[in-house]
Every structure is written in C-alpha cells, then in structure tokens.
Design a binder for this molecule. Structure first.
Ligand SMILES: Cc1ncc(COP(=O)(O)O)c(C=O)c1O
Length: 361
C-alpha cells in the first residue's frame, strides 16, 4: 500500500518518549507536582516568546476564554475575523460579549485593518485578530487603532507559535496573546494552550489567571485554600508540558523547515491565489484557492495526499448565522484548500505535491 501524505503530522522522537516515561513513573500527572514540568514549560515558553509573563493552560480555547475574562466584555463588542476556528467566537460568547465579524485582506487572509477601523463603535472593548495560518497580522496598524480608541488587544496566535513580527516573536506585543498546542500545531502536545501577557498589568493578570485555571482556588497553604473567584478546570497536565519542553527545543528548526517548503510552494505551484511567502510566518498550514475544490480534494486523496479546508467562516455556521457583508471572506472560503507543509515531508513528498497540484489545476 502506498504511503499517505498527511495534512498534519507532529515531529516526535525519543526525547518525547523518555519525557512521557519519566512523567508516568513520577505518579504525579496533574499540574504543580511531580516533575514540575508545567512550571518549567511556562518559564521556558515565556523566555522563548519574550513576553512579560506566561500562563500555561489545557487548550487554546481555554486561553481565549480566560484572556477575554480579564476584561469585562459583557454586552460589549469584540471584533474578530469570521475566517477562523469557531473557538475565536465561542470565547466571546462564553464571556457574555458580542462577536463582531470583520473581513480579511484577500492576500494574507488576516484581518483587514481598514475594515477593522470601520467596525469600531462605542461598544467595542477588544480587538481579537487571528494570525491566520501563521502569517502575522498588521500589528502596527491594529495597535494604533487600540491606542486611538482605548481598546484592548487580545491576539489569537493558535497558528502562530514562532511567528515573528518585526524581529520579535508574536506573543511579545499584545496585552494577552493566546496559543494552542493542539497535536496538529507547530508546537504539539496531546492538548495544551497558553496566554502570554504584556504590559503594566501582566503580573496582576497572571495571578488572576492562575486562580481561574483551577476552579478559582487561591491562597493555598499546605492543605487549606480559599476560593474567591469563579474558575474552570483549565490547567495544563504534566504529560503535555513534558512533551512541550522537548517540542519547544526544536521549534525554530522545525519552523524554518516549514518556511523552506513554503518558499518552494510559492515559487513552483502554478495557482493564482495562494499563501504569499513571508519569512516571518510560521506556516502552520499552507493555503491556496482552487476552482473545483471537491474534485481537487478527491483527486489529491486518490493520489494519497490529504488536504483540508480552513475554514468555513464562522458567520456561516448555524449557531452564528449572521447577515454580514464579508466579500473577501466569502469569496476565499469557497475555494480555500490547505495542503501539507509539516516538517516530516521528504523532498520527494514535496515534489509529488507540487507536480500533482500543477497537473490538477
Ligand atoms: C485560530 C484558532 N483559535 C483557537 C483554536 C483553539 O485551540 P484548541 O484546539 O487548542 O482549543 C484553534 C484550534 O484549532 C484555532 O485554529
């Protein structure tokens, strides 16, 4: 049987295996005990990003939920792109806010700052851009808008671990930046997430989040503690953190491999609309737009190459069905296809993918 080229595939080795075994044998698998991997990961990740503080959590969805909980957004508007995974919008609803969908720039598929400006009202409390597929948003423009209108910036960096923006890592700019370490992500764990915090409130926010990630528990002294806030069960576990520590060590190397593949796709794939090359991007996935998507994806699969769709826009989902005018989002999403770009691809896999696409399109 011929090998299937997967759309996503984490890079795992002996170091991850050893880390798992060590955690298993420690008999302490929750956070805050045993081998202390969660705290270690948190510190190392914070150092890597260059943020003021980091709080490790059990998913990117939890990160978005808790980051938005730092600002009272009840009945206030949070501006987001519709072209994203649904958690970006759910997190707004979890906190009693109103998601306002904004169109994307057709070249990068990141939120369009001009449309963003038009969507700001007296009720806007937070701008929540998504660094789509690992491509950095225009943060200078977005930060400028936040300062002009006194709005908070929370970034959805689920796709953007290791992405750069003007020589600093994504995560070093916004008030709160949310990462996902879902197994398909560039830094893979069984499940995991984190919030990077910056600015004058970073330390205060870290304390609040440490309590909210574990049921509101605070002031632990030996076997006693108090609960002075509502919290959730969102802490990262020791297995995830132990794997994350190993994944973090090779993240830049693996992201550079992704960038090299992106450069090749950019040069050699003969499709008009495709993800541009930008050496700052971490290329979580590589998107292109094709005319007959169903046929294209079926043919790719028949040739043992998995592809995917990122995303059906959130405003088109039954739960969110909204009549908003997002022409770039709607136009792109009808034709979007993601193709494999993970670092496990061999030279011949990459060659095969390019040749197949050029034959089919
Ligand atoms: C843009 C975006 N935001 C948030 C999330 C949620 O992350 P998680 O799956 O870790 O909860 C994802 C996950 O795929 C995502 O792609």
């Amino acid at each position: 049987m011929k090998k299937m080229i997967k759309l996503f595939d984490p890079v795992v080795g002996i170091k991850e295996e050893l880390a798992i075994r060590k955690t298993l044998k420690s008999h302490f698998w929750a956070s805050g005990a045993g081998t202390g991997s969660v705290l270690k990961f948190e510190n190392k990740f914070n150092q890597y990003i260059g943020s003021d503080c980091t709080v490790a959590l059990n998913s990117g969805t939890a990160a978005l939920h808790l980051a938005l909980s730092l600002f009272d957004i009840r009945n206030r508007e949070v501006v987001i792109p519709s072209l994203s995974f649904v958690s970006t919008a759910h997190a707004v609803i979890y906190n009693g806010g109103i998601p306002i969908f904004v169109d994307v720039d057709p070249n990068t598929l990141c939120i369009d700052p001009d449309q963003l400006r038009k969507s700001i009202t007296k009720k806007t409390k937070v701008i929540l851009p998504v660094h789509f597929a690992g491509m950095p948003c225009d943060l200078d423009e977005i930060i400028g808008l936040c300062e002009e209108f006194k709005i908070h910036l929370i970034e959805d960096a689920a796709h953007a671990v290791g992405t750069l923006y003007k020589d600093r890592k994504i995560g070093a700019h916004g008030d709160a930046v949310c990462f996902s370490f879902h197994p398909v992500k560039n830094l893979a764990m069984p499940t995991g997430g984190a919030i990077s915090l910056n600015g004058n409130n970073a330390k205060k926010f870290k304390k609040i989040l440490q309590s909210r990630r574990w049921c509101g528990i605070a002031n632990r002294k030996r076997w006693t503690y108090d609960v002075n806030d509502l919290g959730w069960n969102y802490y990262m576990n020791e297995f995830s953190a132990a794997i994350g520590i190993e994944q973090l060590k090779k993240l830049d190397y693996l992201n550079n491999k992704r960038r090299k593949i992106a450069q090749e796709y950019s040069d050699k794939i003969n499709v008009e609309a495709k993800m541009p090359f930008n050496k700052e991007s971490s290329y979580h996935f590589y998107w292109m737009q094709v005319k007959n998507r169903e046929r294209f994806m079926s043919k790719m699969l028949a040739n043992n190459v998995e592809t995917g769709i990122h995303y059906k826009p959130i405003h088109r989902m039954s739960f969110y069905k909204q009549r908003v005018n997002l022409p770039n989002t709607d136009k792109a999403s009808e034709h979007l296809v993601s193709i494999p770009i993970h670092p496990n691809l061999s030279g011949s896999d990459i060659e095969k993918i390019i040749q197949l696409i050029n034959k089919l399109c």
